[in-house]
Ligand binder design. Structure first.
Ligand SMILES: [Zn+2]
Length: 423
């Protein structure tokens, strides 16, 4: 694990402009293991690390990871120094060990081993990013410029380790996202005695929100559910069937969830209220009719819902109520087919490595730029797996850790995956 430990010692907090040393470390490591590697600055503060091994195979796998990490604060909550990797019982604690340096190094070590033994049967390309944790601001301009160099048949996403039932996870897609801010305005604040005749933006916004989403959570945008495609395997993702301990979820959320929580997380599109603000919220009372109210909403979209289509219908609703809308984010959902080569190879290699049935999620409950990557690079098969993390790994939080044995298993999983992709 020495290479991983050395990598973990490097501070790569992209939010604080740190990371170049991490990129150089990777370039050195790759070159000393016979992998072509280059740092590409593009417009990023932390350079992209591009690598390649061409063994003349018919197929090519692109491996994506990121070497930057989240800020370590609050430091006082860490039991150990975040950049001094520490073994404690069966754990390895350090910032980035679960997200995403552990997966990156385990995969790279597996590749190096196979290469040394001359057993690589698939061409490999590597893309390591140093700005993932600050929202990948330069990827939209980087990808089209380097699309030719990154051309591949499949992409292995940044890493998914064990799921909530302890089984290795294979994730075949992501939800999409539409993020908007909607506001109601009048020319000025008024004395509340005008209430019988006045417009009140706060009420106007609340009326709109009640129209938008029913008490059962159903979203009332016309056509919202029309294009949804639910793979039959989703209904099997119940806690009782998968052996998921619901107490773990209670710990994570602070309250109880039902047996079908994972079904809903994967299957259901949502309208979430992120924040709402209006009027007088100070101490005591002020009788006033506010002149401004706004709300921030995010819609998580599931495969085949298009943010553009949802947005157009939402725009009509907003217009009818004389509200204003600003679009703050748009990301398409994405799903790779369960019987695609990459999915099958990931699932079979997980079984072979862990001696248990992997947890296959048709898409993650979260969002990522898979769709835009797929379109820009012209690659239809993108899947996630081969990570050393577990649901309790404290990703983005303090005392981030992985289990030592999971690192070894992650390496083994990568070896088994590469052997299958080469056939
Ligand atoms: Zn992260």
């Amino acid at each position: 694990m020495d290479d991983l430990l050395a990598f973990l010692r490097i501070d790569t907090q992209s939010a604080k402009g740190k990371g170049v040393e991490g990129a150089k470390f990777l370039q050195d490591y790759m070159q000393s293991n016979g992998i072509e590697a280059e740092l590409v600055k593009h417009k990023a503060v932390n350079p992209y690390v591009l690598g390649e091994i061409n063994v003349g195979a018919p197929k090519t796998l692109l491996i994506y990871n990121h070497y930057d990490v989240q800020p370590v604060e609050p430091l006082e909550k860490w039991e150990t120094d975040p950049f001094t990797p520490t073994f404690k019982e069966d754990k390895l604690i350090a910032r980035g060990v679960a997200d995403d340096k552990g997966a990156l190094m385990a995969r790279l070590e597996a590749v190096s081993e196979l290469k040394k033994e001359g057993k690589l049967k698939v061409n490999l390309k590597f893309l390591y990013e140093g700005e993932e944790e600050i929202g990948s601001p330069h990827m939209p301009s980087f990808l089209p410029e380097y699309a030719k160099r990154l051309k591949a048949d499949y992409i292995l996403w940044e890493g998914a380790g064990r799921g909530p039932n302890g089984a290795p996870q294979v994730v075949l897609g992501v939800k999409g996202l539409l993020y908007v801010q909607i506001s109601a305005k009048t020319p000025k604040d008024l004395h509340s005695m005008y209430a019988p005749i006045a417009r009140n933006p706060a009420w106007e916004l609340l009326d709109f929100l009640r129209e938008l989403r029913g008490p059962d959570g159903r979203v009332n945008i016309p056509g919202f559910y029309d294009d949804i495609l639910v793979p039959p395997s989703v209904e099997g993702l119940t806690a009782s069937k998968l052996g998921i301990d619901l107490r773990l979820m209670k710990e994570a959320l602070g309250y109880e969830v039902q047996d079908d929580f994972l079904v809903k997380l994967v299957r259901d599109p949502t309208c979430n209220l992120d924040g709402i603000q209006s009027g007088y919220t100070g101490e005591g009372s002020k009788t006033v009719i506010p002149s401004h109210a706004f709300v921030k909403l995010d819609f998580r979209l599931v495969p085949r819902q298009q943010p553009k289509v949802v947005l157009a219908a939402l725009r009509e609703m907003v217009k009818k109520r004389n509200l204003e809308m600003m679009v703050l984010g748009e990301e398409e959902p994405f799903r790779t087919c369960e019987d695609s080569e990459i999915a099958k190879a990931l699932i079979d290699s997980a079984r072979e490595t862990f001696f248990m049935e992997p947890l296959v999620l048709p898409n993650s409950p979260g969002t990522g730029p898979m769709a835009s990557v797929a379109r820009t690079l012209g690659i239809g098969q993108i899947a996630d797996g081969v990570g050393p993390d577990n649901p309790g790994s404290n990703i983005h939080s303090f005392n981030e850790f992985i289990y030592k044995r999971d690192y070894r298993l992650c390496k083994e999983w990568m070896v088994n995956l590469l052997k299958r992709l080469g056939v």
